[in-house]
Write a protein that binds this ligand. Structure first.
Ligand code: URA
Length: 434
């Protein structure tokens, strides 16, 4: 078999066989298929799509590119959640400690920032000393000791996704349902979980912009989970504006720490409660979502969730002092406002543009080897439906480089649309699929 023939088949709209998909995934993971060949195949898949069975084969090839962890011996329920990617989405930083604090195992394999969206690993690495690159042995040990760990794909677990994820990030091939489903499900199925909650984002800051597209992706991922004998539920949630009030690595971790202390913006807290409740239901800790929400509140109010977060930080080499002293986080040197050009109501927000503006400031990558600046980002001051006066601050940029700040300010300014009509805030949770 030759890579060039597989690429040509997909380029011309053909359906790949399981053997062809295995060949490309194995070859790429072992460096026999070159980056440029895999980039061409990814673009062909992006343009031509994949059938459901091709997507299942791709997921399996990626899943079995590495080890599948088995935590069944620990005798506890094991659940996780994954988001399809958004702007300001830091829910994993709250859910992992909350759910683990209630005695459920959370073996979480996350991603880095992808396209305009942020990534849990980059956020966590803004905690001084925090290591997300635990070995498989360290991952197992953390699960045994404290019931939770947050790591990235490794050379042992989901290595194919590790390489493909980074390649998609820099080849404009992220927003493709088949590639997203295979990426997400391959790493999640490698974690040895019994149940998965999927947060499928839809709207201006999501990779998929319409509800039918998001629902299609949710169905596809639930089908893949079922084909591998796992339970999954999906919530279709709003991404027409950033979640919470912050975008950028340090800023988002601070917002998550505040949420663990019971403080923070309503939308962010509400989504954390909703997702945690479904994780508790899947873990069979509670019978229904209402009791799941109550359990979330109990973990927060009792301080057990925050204690678990401190355990995670210590176990993964980070400085636990950050939980009380936010000045320990990398902090940007300067701030500047983005102001409303006219009075009226905030009609809409181009959340993807705000994600791109944060990348321009240095919060994301433009190339495989671009460094991340953990200190930069922005604070969002206005929400859809708010009444704003001319000159009011819509967002505050946190930056270190003035030229980048000028560019980001122009992008951010155009992302907010203010008009005379009253505007209705979008519904946070649009639907749920089982
Ligand atoms: N999250 C992932 O892990 N993979 C994707 O492709 C998109 C979001």
């Amino acid at each position: 078999m030759r890579a060039i023939d597989v690429i040509a088949k997909k380029r011309d709209g053909g359906e790949l066989s399981r053997a062809e998909i295995d060949f490309m995934v194995k070859g790429y993971t072992s460096n026999e298929v070159a980056d440029y060949q895999m980039s061409a195949l990814l673009m062909a898949i992006y343009v031509r799509g994949m059938s459901t069975r091709e997507t299942i084969w791709l997921t399996e090839a990626m899943l079995f590119s590495g080890e599948v962890v088995d935590f069944a011996g620990l005798g506890k329920p094991r659940v996780d959640k994954h988001s399809t990617g958004g702007v300001g989405d830091k829910t994993s930083l709250v859910l992992a400690p909350v759910v683990a604090a209630a005695g459920v195992l959370v073996p979480m394999i996350s991603g880095r920032s992808l396209g305009h969206s942020g990534g849990t690993l980059d956020k966590l690495e803004s905690i001084p000393g925090f290591r997300t690159n635990l070995s498989l042995a360290e991952f197992r040990a953390a699960l045994k000791d404290i019931g939770v760990a947050l790591i990235g794909q490794t050379s042992e677990i989901a290595p194919a996704d590790r390489k493909l994820y980074a390649l998609r990030d820099v080849t404009a091939t992220v927003a493709c349902p088949a590639l997203m489903a295979a990426s997400i499900m391959s790493k999640k199925m490698a974690e040895g979980i019994s149940g998965l909650v999927l947060d499928v984002k839809v709207g201006s800051g999501a990779f998929l912009k319409t509800e039918p597209e998001a629902t299609g992706l949710a169905r596809l991922m639930i089908e893949i989970a079922g084909s591998l004998g796992k339970r999954a539920v999906a919530l279709i949630t709003d991404m027409n504006q950033p979640l919470g009030r912050t975008i950028g690595n340090s800023l988002e971790v601070i917002e998550a720490l505040e949420a663990l202390k019971g403080r923070g913006p309503d939308d962010f807290i509400e989504l954390c409660r909703t997702l945690a409740a479904e994780m508790f239901v899947l873990a069979e800790e509670v019978e229904d979502s209402l009791s799941g929400r109550a359990l979330y509140d109990k973990m927060i109010v009792s301080g057990r969730a925050m204690d678990k977060m401190i355990e995670i930080i210590v176990a993964q080499g980070g400085d636990p002092g950050v939980s009380e002293d936010y000045t320990l986080f990398p902090t940007a040197g300067h701030t500047r406002p983005v102001q409303a050009a006219e009075s009226g109501f905030l009609q809409s927000v181009d959340a993807e543009a705000l994600g791109r503006a944060s990348m321009v400031l240095g919060a994301g990558r433009e190339r495989l080897d671009s460094p991340i600046d953990p200190s930069v980002g922005m604070r969002i001051e206005a929400r859809i439906g708010d009444s704003v006066s001319k000159g009011a601050t819509l967002a505050t940029l946190h930056f270190n480089d003035s030229a980048r700040a000028n560019e980001a300010a122009t992008v951010a300014q155009m992302a907010f649309s203010v008009g005379p009509e009253a505007a209705v805030p979008p519904r946070l949770v649009k639907s749920m699929l089982r």
